[in-house]
Write a protein that binds this ligand. Structure first.
Ligand SMILES: [Fe+2]
Ligand SMILES: [Fe+2]
Length: 486
């Protein structure tokens, strides 16, 4: 599903914003729910879900929890499990792409509407979905062979895909400090009440209650977004006792009759209204997050981005390290280094909107594929600017493909628009990309990458930053490389 309101903003008529970097860091007060609710938009991208999906799941899931009298002690775990249930999803994108030979995001979004527990009895809509998404552009025989192969291996593939997602999701939840209950809830998201789910085939009350609530909430939003609330309730009833805990279905029925289940969380509602409703339900203490926890969250989302493609494994973490090294060589104050590191960790979060069929493509990209690539910095900016304390992080991260001579994208900013912090991240990104392997080439040695980069200094890349990079990489002054710079 496209994200029209995000993409509309990427039009050419946007004014070029001038960056004004504060002398001192701005107010950094931020609560856990504020940052996680904003970052949940990035997870919606990974699954090609309608924007605000995680927020709506959170609202509905918490209402169901109220209806069944979930103990207060479990509410925090449920709240964050609902917002972060898709945090492991990027880890199976590349594998999904190779299975289908097409767009992983489109297949994931379509599959959510299918009953995939009966591979021996595929529905007409499931076959149609596979036919549309499998090896697009190939001939009928290759398509038919791929669809048949997918059908024959579906059970094994389902288990593999969901195992990857659940294990990774639970791991990142722990890294985020969300605790074992929330982590295990994410692991159990795709288990079914009758034992036909994945990855462990757990059954009934053996499935964590929080997982069961997340599963119902997820289903309600996916179906409501695509087919409306009555259809969502109808499939919920039809799958009660099979996919879903009947007591939770009954609780959802009660709320639906009272007209409170979908309140403020229809896909047509303003997402900021939905988000405010989610923030009001925050069961936490609203305390300001310590800086170390904010860094941990940035690192965890960097992991989510890096897990999307085997070719960008550790790219965000690598860019952050290079950027910090440059910043230290430039002797920037600690607060600016922290700002640069967070922006570097999150710079490619908008890439979650790009199918692996494009990211991992071996050949030349088409015009449409380049358009999709060029949108990702704008999406990064859009997601991060939902966090007021991340205003500068959003601005700098969103400029990581801009160049000093205006040849970058998406806004074609020029030197006067780009702060030192932006220039550091741009250089760190391009240097890291050159030294990493890609589907079409192996990574360059550091010296070879610096030699190539020197040709773009100072026209596209900042000379001070480049000299600092050379110093940090070689431990020496920059004469070897700057000798080619005029
Ligand atoms: Fe990028
Ligand atoms: Fe990047």
């Amino acid at each position: 599903m496209a994200i029209p309101n995000l993409r509309r903003r990427l039009g050419d008529d946007r004014p070029k914003p001038r960056l004004v970097v504060a002398e001192r860091p701005r107010e950094t007060t931020i609560s856990l729910s504020e940052i996680i609710s904003a970052m949940s938009f990035a997870l919606d991208l990974t699954e090609d879900a309608m924007q605000g999906h995680a927020l709506r799941c959170c609202l509905m899931g918490m209402r169901i929890a109220d209806e069944i009298g979930l103990p207060e002690s479990e509410r925090t775990s449920l709240y964050y499990a609902l917002l972060l249930k898709d945090i492991g999803c990027s880890s199976n994108a590349a594998r999904m792409c190779s299975i289908v030979g097409g767009n992983d995001r489109a297949l994931k979004a379509g599959a959510k509407l299918e009953d995939w527990t009966k591979p021996h009895r595929p529905t007409a809509s499931a076959v149609k979905l596979l036919w549309r998404e499998a090896v697009p552009g190939k001939g009928v025989f290759r398509k038919a062979a791929r669809v048949l192969k997918i059908g024959l291996t579906q059970h094994r593939n389902n288990r593999e895909m969901i195992q990857l997602r659940c294990d990774r999701g639970a791991e990142i939840m722990r890294k985020l400090g969300m605790g074992d209950v929330a982590a295990e809830a994410v692991r159990g998201l795709d288990e079914h009440w009758d034992g036909a789910g994945y990855p462990e085939g757990r059954k009934g009350v053996d499935i964590p209650l929080i997982s069961r609530i997340c599963a119902v909430a997820q289903h309600l939003d996916v179906f409501c977004s695509e087919r409306g609330a009555p259809a969502a309730m109808e499939t919920l009833r039809e799958r009660s006792g099979r996919w879903f805990d009947p007591d939770l279905v009954e609780a959802a029925e009660t709320l639906y009759r009272e007209r409170t289940l979908f309140l403020d969380c229809s896909p047509r509602d303003d997402q900021e209204i939905t988000r405010r409703a989610v923030l009001q339900l925050d069961p936490g203490d609203h305390h300001e997050l310590p800086a170390s926890r904010i860094d941990l969250i940035c690192e965890a989302f960097a992991d989510v981005v890096d897990a999307k493609s085997p070719f960008t494994f550790r790219h965000s973490m690598g860019v952050a390290q290079v950027a910090v090294d440059i910043a230290r060589c430039l002797k920037l104050p600690d607060a600016r280094v922290t700002l640069i590191r967070r922006a570097a960790l999150l710079h490619d979060i908008g890439k979650l909107s790009i199918s692996n069929a494009i990211l991992d493509k071996m050949g030349h990209l088409t015009r449409d594929e380049w358009t999709a690539i060029r949108e990702h910095p704008g999406l990064t900016h859009e997601i991060l600017s939902r966090i007021p304390a991340f205003e500068e992080v959003a601005l700098i991260a969103g400029q990581h493909h801009e160049k000093l001579d205006g040849s970058g994208y998406p806004l074609h900013l020029e030197a006067a628009d780009l702060s030192l912090e932006s220039r550091v991240i741009t250089l760190a990104d391009v240097y890291s990309a050159m030294t990493e392997g890609r589907p079409y080439r192996i990574g360059l040695e550091p010296a070879a990458a610096l030699q190539l980069l020197a040709r773009d200094v100072p026209t596209q890349l900042d000379k001070r930053c480049f000299d600092a990079l050379v110093l940090s990489v070689t431990g020496d002054v920059a004469h070897n490389f700057t000798s080619v710079v005029h």
